[in-house]
Design a protein around this ligand. Sequence first.
Ligand code: ADP
Length: 172
Amino acid sequence: MTIAVCPGSFDPVTMGHKDIIVRAARMYERVIVAVAESPSRKAPLFSLEKRLKFLNSSLLGLDNVGVAGFDGLLVEFAKAKKASVIIKGLRAMTDFEYEFQMAQINHKLYPEIETVFLVARPRYSFLSSSTVKEVAVYGGCLDDLVPEEILIKASILFLASSFSLRSAQRRQ
Ligand code: ADP
């Protein structure tokens, strides 16, 4: 059985992430969505627990997909889960440079692992968790940006956190 991991911060999960996970689930017998507890590049807005909840609600019905948090090296998590493939979504050249480096380093650390890139569908190629947060902070509509299963919960949580985000932005 080939097991693939789909890693990311998922802060929060977007329609772009979901599309990649659904496509990976068609390609591999088992897919584990690996949620970085404390991503190195950015401090998450939502707690790991909330990010896991959002993903679990969004992926209901995908029987070969599981969701788990991890801290530390992705390759160690992959090894522990007996995964041999890392799935990454590619939106633009900016994604490519970073993802290219990560694929090389992960291969160096764990030569048995392969990184597979799935090209973002054009309708999601502009979409990131950061753009979702930007829209939400200013009260914009999140339809078609986040999975509809989490739309209401995410909007309420965003409203609550937008006040603190906005005051933090004003302070900068
Ligand atoms: P973000 O860049 O949205 O903060 P993550 O760090 O959680 O996302 O990214 C997890 C993975 O999902 C990465 O491989 C990233 O390239 C991919 N991804 C994120 N958004 C999209 C999208 N809109 N379409 C395709 N892949 C995406």
